[in-house]
Design a protein around this ligand. Structure first.
Ligand code: ASP
Length: 355
């Protein structure tokens, strides 16, 4: 008798479980469909933050920046619209800005103290949390491509200097003569920074090392964050670093969590600004963490980190970010930040100044 009762009870439990599964299944499928049908993709970029004032900008230069930002963002947007991955969109968008002398990345990178160009970049995949980064490379045309190669084809996250260049050669990444990166404008910036440094050091101001750059030279790093139609986030950043840098100085751009971060659970972020503070404040990850553990929206997290926490430490700069729903943040505490965004409706926003 007992056995029969147990048997009937098991059948009852089994069938109610099956019913529950059947009831859940359509809902899950509907949810998934909704996600894909929503086509909720988007992209956001920056071309550096700093003392960018309307009164110092000629009309023709302003137009040149806006045109390049538009070309860059539309490159990534088209990839996303056709169903391409956020990683592909981030890389190709950054390539457009790396190839332009307007930005401090690739062609147009700033000079080190001894008149060289040492480039840093990183990229992160929000789906797998995989990441790749390179620091101090001198002959890689598009450092973001090398960062992606490190992510995809090595078991490591970051390569630096000669080793990174060797890896680039082995992987068939495009190399150039270091003179490719030379621009008159950046050389003038270096000379100006060194002049000011001399004057300030003559006045015995030992804190002057980074001041010349911070006060007057624009930052100009480039970055991109994107959400693709499959709900995957990615972010990337590429830079020449800081004018007049020396001793192999590396900033935040190639540091995962500082200059770049992406996590499908929260958001994708790229930073620009005074790198030392972005490293110490783990700025990109902090925004993600506030969303993950503090239940903040992307906008709330970005505002708190860039407007409160970063200046409290003494740092300045900005971020661009996109969350897993396609919401975008472009937050900066400097006079300006070159920036643009596009949403799934194709709406384009381009901004430079603080308004
Ligand atoms: N964050 C970069 C660095 O410190 C500079 C920049 O964003 O312009 O190397």
């Amino acid at each position: 008798m007992k056995k029969i009762a147990l048997f009937l009870f098991s059948i009852f439990i089994f069938s109610s479980c099956e019913q529950k599964k059947a009831a859940e299944a359509p809902e899950n499928t509907a949810e998934k469909k909704q996600k894909i049908n929503e086509n909720n993709f988007g992209i956001v970029i920056h071309g550096g933050a700093g003392t960018i004032l309307k009164e110092n900008m000629s009309d023709s230069l302003e137009i040149a920046y806006k045109e390049k930002l538009e070309e860059a963002i539309k490159t990534g947007y088209t990839i996303l619209e056709k169903g391409g991955t956020s990683l592909e969109a981030v890389e190709k968008t950054i390539n457009v800005m790396e190839n332009s002398p307007l930005f401090n990345a690739g062609k147009g990178a700033v000079f080190t103290n001894d008149g060289k160009n040492e480039l840093d970049a990183s990229i992160m995949d929000g789906k797998t949390l995989n990441a790749g980064a390179v620091a101090g490379v001198t002959n890689v045309k598009n450092p973001i491509n090398l960062a992606r190669e490190v992510m995809a084809n090595s078991e490591h996250v970051m390569f630096a200097r000669k080793g990174a260049e060797q890896f680039a050669k082995e992987q068939g990444i495009e190399l150039v003569d270091p003179s490719y990166f030379y621009t008159d404008n950046r050389m003038k910036s270096l000379k100006r920074a060194q002049e000011r440094e001399k004057v300030e050091l003559d006045h015995d101001d030992q804190t002057a090392f980074y001041d010349p750059y911070i006060k007057d030279e624009k930052f100009g790093t480039v970055g991109c964050a994107a959400l693709d139609k499959n709900g995957n986030l990615a972010a990337g950043t590429s830079t020449g670093g800081m004018t007049n840098k020396r001793w192999g100085r590396v900033g935040d751009a190639p540091i995962i969590g500082a200059g770049t971060y992406a996590n499908n659970k929260t958001c994708a972020v790229s930073s620009t600004g005074w790198g030392e503070f972005f490293i110490r404040g783990v700025i990109a990850y902090d925004i993600s963490a506030m969303m993950e553990y503090g239940n903040k929206t992307l906008q709330e997290a970005a505002r708190t980190v860039i407007q409160d926490k970063l200046p409290e430490m003494g740092g300045n700069g900005g971020i661009i970010a996109i969350d897993h729903k396609g919401n975008v943040a472009m937050e900066f505490n400097t006079a300006g930040m070159y920036r643009a965004s596009m949403n799934s409706d194709g709406e384009l926003y381009i901004g430079i100044y603080n308004n």
